[in-house]
Design a protein around this ligand. Structure first.
Ligand code: F6R
Length: 259
């Protein structure tokens, strides 16, 4: 696992976009992207969009799969991840909307929708590079603490912490859905490369648990330690609870090898 500590959140996005672009160049035009929602990856997507507009990167034949989707929001709701992905990923990266997928959180049969999503990912050839955010409780996707390390796409109940964290996107806490469909930890681990981004002190404890703690279902992100190609890219605030030997003063980006 490579851990990079960057001076600012903007630098996190620049570094992460470079990792995603490298994967896209290596794989070719029909690269399969895995995309997270939330605040953390927004600067990554902005930097990727700059590369697309500059003609450095062509994603017009790429595929993209979201990590998760709320259950119970009406189709087209501004906070549904289908809408958020369209606004922050599909349009700015000039993706073909027919090649962009989110789990169907309004399906009558959610278990069947979850199985279909796994099948869609498989048919696209699997995810080449997965962008991940990190919950303040250590979740990735919406795999809350306690999620099995080999779990697949499924219905998940959000913790109160996650609902509170995400209430900033809604009018009130009551409006935040209680359930979601999320790729499982086993699904995420099958992506060929993983790029996790985090910034802000509210992520510091989760970053320390991920980088320095044991692999445990209590910190779902710790499963990344079992993956051979992971970049963890964080700003100084998110790195502030790493032990002194790993945390370096911040003149430029610090690359920290982690056993
Ligand atoms: C959302 C997702 C979540 C978020 C995490 C961090 O698709 O996968 O794991 O990445 O909750 O959210 P932010 O970035 O808003 O703090």
């Amino acid at each position: 696992m490579d851990v990079m500590i960057c001076p600012t959140a903007e630098d996190v996005g620049r570094r992460a976009s470079a990792r995603v672009a490298e994967a896209a160049w290596d794989v070719g035009p029909d690269v399969v992207l895995g995309v997270a929602t939330g605040s953390s990856p927004l600067s990554t997507y902005r930097h990727l969009a700059q590369r697309v507009r500059a003609g450095e990167l062509d994603l017009s034949h790429a595929w993209a799969f979201a990590l998760d989707e709320y259950v119970g929001l009406p189709p087209g709701h501004a906070q549904s991840y289908a809408s958020v992905i369209r606004l922050t990923v599909t349009d700015p990266l000039w993706l073909d909307p027919t090649r962009v997928f989110t789990p169907d959180g309004s399906a009558d049969d959610l278990a069947a929708a979850a199985a279909r999503y796994e099948e869609d990912i498989r048919r696209a050839g699997g995810i080449d590079v997965q962008v991940l955010g990190l919950g303040s409780n250590g979740h990735i996707g919406f795999n809350e603490p306690g999620s099995p390390l080999d779990s697949r796409t499924r219905l998940m109940r959000l913790t109160e912490q996650t609902r509170k964290d995400n209430s900033r996107f809604f009018g009130s806490l009551e409006e935040v859905p209680t359930y979601c469909l999320t790729q499982g930890l086993g699904t995420i681990r099958e992506a060929r490369r993983l790029v996790l981004v985090a910034h802000g002190t509210q992520k510091a404890a989760a970053v320390a648990a991920l980088v320095e703690g044991p692999v445990t279902v209590e910190c779902p992100a710790s499963v990344l330690k079992l993956h051979p190609a992971v970049s963890v890219i964080v700003d100084e605030s998110a790195a502030s609870r790493l032990s002194g030997s790993r945390r370096r003063p911040a003149n430029g980006t610090t690359a920290v090898p982690v056993a």
